[in-house]
Design a binder for this molecule. Structure first.
Ligand code: NDP
Length: 685
């Protein structure tokens, strides 16, 4: 039996696996580095554990506390990142490649932590949109809520990003409050295992919220139920096979797929060979070919260039690729490492042979002349960056259909921009495309056409290049996933990504009922009025619906004149009697911002108190004009409370309170309507 360690699954709170099964070989030098375990996994037990312990632990938390937990997990991983980098090198990845996987993964946890803190409420229910009346009397309202699905998320991941691939999915399902079972691709599962071990030893991972499968999924998919879901990243053929699992179809189990993608980059016709944009294009293509040895779902496989620039692009790209040092990623001098496995190397070389049937080599794969850095590299799974030129970009097959998942791209010359748009769509749906142009008119014409076929469109020019995150980087705030061949799925995209793990329901009922369900005041619902001004209450003591109806104030001409002089706003509607009479209001009216200020004057409780700061206004609308002589008053109602567990700069615990404000006139007509956001001190520390 080999000395190399046996990887373990993390199932039902325990690490499982002693007996070695499949040898996992380092693609850097061909040595066996780990074994998978031979013990079979009891998926009935695993699912039951996720549904009971996992769900209970997550439901004992809420969006805000799970967001804090993601932040703590991210910090812990960053503190221990060097141990992950060490293992990452064994996958053939350079330190740069590892950065995307390891720190990109932790970065996704941080991004979802702050999204959750900022955009999600306390509790475990999202009220998606403000309730709206469905009847004339204001007694029957409708709205939408989202609640965590009561099942398990099964994530089946690809080999290329063993950590990021897990964490970009985990961040969203965890924040939603759904436990997950992760199955990484076997060939690089040792890096995922190391990451899960860190997460578990951190002490921050709630019991049952994350389980890990090393090896096969056995009968797992057949045991799933209607509240569960599956996300998949990998080949289109496996996605096609798994999503028609009878149990998945029969129970309408959501299956989100992210599969092969023949992404392209387009050099627009307006870009001249001597421009900055031309160099940016060359740099971007070369980078996408060589980062992670081209094993990225977002890598540029098809390079669409004007026919006139074939030679210039070929020469420049070849020069750049010739400088890429290939070999053992442990060496600082190496820019491109190995493919993730020998199977991948065989697969990529086979696909290259297919591509060569309709293209020629411009720069590239020469087995014997490739200079490899590193003493054992000859035994490794390396491939030279290879640039091809398509003989007939309009023909079927070739780079429009064949994915060589390595450092291989194909130049495809186009006649004009319409031709380029048509060729881009021949990928049948991709994750991302880059358009390099200097001309906003070109972007205006091309981007909508590209958007139908591509999950993300990256527009690159000299201005954006200084901050561009690049063609190949999916970002937590932007949707990742593309139509058609790319799998038709969607991940990330900010809070959208969390909602994929939640169930949406439309709700209808009286305002008071909807307030009770959503935990948010709905206008027309019961209010609570006491002798205590709501601004005098600490965060914990404030109740949703607690309300204050203010005294009245008659708006005078002096108000308008004073406000105009103070603010410098002498707009004719407030100061020019003749012009105002000709306007739709037929008389001078008060400034909208005066109405806001006057309302604040009516509803604030001026003394020092638990309300620490006013930090904004949402949904402001001026509805009815306020002419001189009208009398206004305000109703202030506690609408929503969010406990982010934060401290004020002076160290006082505080929460966010959103107040519904309605300003009305003497006819009880709504004059202005808005939400104000305040920070309110907590009584308890
Ligand atoms: P696969 O589709 O074979 O594997 C993807 C994942 O699915 C792995 O975790 C794999 O596990 C798992 N899997 C495979 N078969 C089953 C099954 N019957 N039941 C449950 N799980 C299963 O892709 P590979 O990783 O082998 O890569 C093959 C090709 O896919 C690449 O060459 C590339 O073309 C494409 N690819 C696309 C990616 C993208 O993001 N768009 C990413 C990676 C690859 P196991 O490893 O144990 O087989």
């Amino acid at each position: 039996m080999s000395q190399s360690p046996v990887l373990q699954s993390f199932i039902a709170g325990e690490w499982l696996g002693q007996q070695a099964e499949k040898a996992l070989v380092s693609p850097v030098n061909g040595e066996t580095i780990y074994h998978t375990h031979a013990e079979t996994i009891d998926f009935e037990k695993s699912l039951a554990f996720a549904r009971k312990q996992g769900r209970t632990a997550l439901m004992n938390m809420d969006f805000q506390s799970r967001a804090s937990c993601l932040r703590d997990l991210g910090k812990y991983l960053i503190e221990h990142k060097e141990s992950l980098y060490e293992i990452s090198l064994l996958t053939g990845a350079t330190r740069n490649d590892g950065w995307v996987d390891i720190e990109g993964g932790a970065g996704t946890l941080f991004a979802y932590a702050s999204l959750g803190r900022r955009e999600l409420p306390s509790g475990n229910l999202i009220h998606e949109d403000d309730a709206f009346p469905l009847g004339r009397e204001g007694q029957f309202f409708g709205s939408h809520i989202l609640v965590p699905r009561q099942g398990v998320a099964v994530h089946i991941n690809a080999f290329n990003f063993p950590i990021w691939g897990m964490l970009e999915k985990f961040a969203a399902n965890f924040l939603a409050g759904v436990p997950c079972i992760v199955k990484p691709a076997t060939s690089t599962s040792y890096l995922t295992e190391a990451c899960v071990r860190l997460m578990q030893t951190s002490g921050f991972l709630p019991e049952g919220s994350l389980q890990l499968i090393i090896g096969r999924t056995g009968d797992l998919l057949d045991r799933l139920e209607g509240q569960d879901m599956v996300t998949f990243t990998g080949s289109a053929s496996t996605a096609a096979k798994l999503k028609v699992t009878p149990n998945i179809i029969n129970n309408s189990i959501p299956f989100n797929a992210e599969a092969d993608s023949l992404n392209c980059a387009i050099l627009a016709p307006d870009v001249s060979v001597d421009s900055v944009e031309f160099d940016l294009f060359i740099k971007e293509v070369a980078r996408e070919m060589t980062v992670k040895a081209g094993q990225k779902c977002t890598a540029i496989r098809r390079v669409l260039i004007p026919e006139a620039h074939v030679k210039a692009v070929s020469d420049k790209l070849s020069q750049r690729l010739a400088k890429v040092t290939v070999g053992d990623p442990h060496l600082d001098s190496v820019r491109m490492g190995a493919l993730a496995s020998f199977e991948q190397q065989d697969d990529v070389l086979a696909q290259l042979q297919q591509l060569l049937k309709s293209s020629q080599v411009v720069f590239g794969y020469e087995k014997d002349t490739l200079e490899l850095h590193g003493s054992d590299a000859k035994q490794g799974a390396f491939i030279q960056p290879t640039l091809l030129l398509s003989n007939d970009p309009d023909a079927d097959g070739g780079a429009h259909d064949i994915e060589a998942f390595g450092p291989i791209s194909t130049l495809m010359p186009y006649k004009d921009i319409d031709h380029a748009i048509a060729l881009a769509a021949r990928g049948k749906g991709s994750l991302v495309t880059t358009l390099v142009t200097q001309d906003p008119h070109v972007a205006q014409k091309v981007v909508p056409a590209l958007a139908a076929w591509h999950g993300r469109v990256h527009i690159l020019n000299e201005v954006s290049s200084k901050e561009s995150t690049g063609h190949g980087s999916p970002l937590p705030l932007l949707k990742h996933g593309g139509p058609g061949r790319a799998g038709g799925g969607e991940e990330l995209g900010g809070i959208r990504g969390v909602k994929h793990y939640m169930q949406r329901a439309a709700i209808q009922g009286s305002p008071t009922m909807l307030s009770a369900v959503t935990g948010e005041f709905v206008r027309g619902g019961d209010t609570i009025e006491t002798d205590v001004h709501p601004f005098r209450r600490y965060f914990e003591n404030l109740q949703i619906g607690e309300s204050l109806l203010t005294h009245r104030r008659t708006v005078t001409e002096s108000d308008i004149v004073n406000f105009g002089c103070l603010s410098g706003d002498h707009f004719y509607m407030h100061f020019d009697d003749i012009a105002a009479r000709d306007s739709q209001f037929e008389q001078r009216i008060a400034h909208g911002y005066f109405v806001l200020s006057a309302a604040a004057g009516l509803f604030v409780s001026p003394g020092e108190g638990p309300v620490l700061a006013n930090y904004g206004l949402d949904t402001l609308r001026f509805i009815t004009p306020v002419p001189i002589g009208d009398t206004i008053r305000a109703r202030l109602t506690c609408k929503r409370k969010i406990d982010q567990g934060k401290l004020s700069p002076k160290g006082e615990p505080q929460g966010v309170v959103v107040w519904d404000v309605q300003v009305t006139n003497q006819h009880d007509e709504l004059v202005a309507s808005y939400d104000i956001l305040t920070l309110v001190k907590k009584q308890s520390v």
